[in-house]
Design a protein around this ligand. Sequence first.
Ligand SMILES: NC(=O)C1=CN([C@@H]2O[C@H](COP(=O)(O)OP(=O)(O)OC[C@H]3O[C@@H](n4cnc5c(N)ncnc54)[C@H](O)[C@@H]3O)[C@@H](O)[C@H]2O)C=CC1
Ligand SMILES: Nc1nc(O)c(N)c(N[C@@H]2O[C@H](COP(=O)(O)O)[C@@H](O)[C@H]2O)n1
Length: 272
Amino acid sequence: MASRGELLYPESDRVFLEPYLPPPDRQVKDAGVPFVTLTFATSLDSALSLAPGVQTALSGPQSKAMTHYLRCRHDAIMVGVGTAIADNPSLNCRIQGVGGYGGEGLVGQPRPVVVDPLGRWQLTSETKILKLAKEGRGKAPWILTTKTPDSENARLLEEVGGCYIVLGSRTGASEERPSMTWLDMLRAIGTRGIGSIMVEGGGVIINSLLSAENAEHISSVIVTIAPTWLGQGGVVVSPPRTEGSSLPVARLRKTKWQQLGDDVVLCGSLGA
Ligand SMILES: NC(=O)C1=CN([C@@H]2O[C@H](COP(=O)(O)OP(=O)(O)OC[C@H]3O[C@@H](n4cnc5c(N)ncnc54)[C@H](O)[C@@H]3O)[C@@H](O)[C@H]2O)C=CC1
Ligand SMILES: Nc1nc(O)c(N)c(N[C@@H]2O[C@H](COP(=O)(O)O)[C@@H](O)[C@H]2O)n1
């Protein structure tokens, strides 16, 4: 029986996910790039949330536990700054037996990585990730940025063992809207020992990763589909189509489905 705040994800359900997960002992390979799992929860109208900046519960209890299991099977977990600001997320693993939840130290806890090119995320004593790191219930975050970090933010981050990683902006990006390439971001964390990362969202991050230019970096896709329509105006997963092309942007292969409560979980891979 799990105590308060801990999630249970049964062994019998774990077997289904195994072919789509990074091997437990995976080391960084290809040009220092980690194994990348794209994973998110979507509505039937492909929405992640009711509106930008609005946290929206889509996963039921069983698929939520599945997501937490994924967190303990990856070295890191990535979100965009839009998600960090909207959700003030924990981005830790609350599965029973993982570090801070009945387990030793921080074993099984993923490293949160936040993509924040302009340094928009203001950290405070109320920032959940920092609190959890202080309490030994999650790792301190790394923030990928192109700007010199604000000194108070840097202090709060370093106090719990986190850091900013400053990267160059992609060639051609404007000064006002700097952007990092996926290769640079993945290499930056790969060279720091991250062998696997799950990318959770939000919309901008997912659509950019699924675009024709970047989809090659995706090793595996695990999507929770909740039986609900959120309606127009939501943050939608719909990657840009290559100009002039009438082909779909991407198609999943080697698909498998699993029902978890009222939700279904779709797993697959991209490419051959
Ligand atoms: N249902 C689900 O599984 C999830 C839902 N969400 C929801 O998504 C919403 C947030 O999504 P968005 O507003 O689209 O924000 P987002 O989380 O995708 O962050 C967008 C920001 O990330 C940065 N960014 C993204 N790609 C970049 C790149 N290649 N280079 C440099 N910077 C880059 C930019 O600053 C951009 O403005 C929230 O409402 C949140 O609750 C977020 C994660 C998962
Ligand atoms: N799997 C999943 N299902 C949903 O219904 C969601 N809204 C999300 N959101 C993602 O999970 C983060 C919150 O995680 P914590 O519980 O705070 O650790 C949120 O920021 C999104 O990345 N995911």
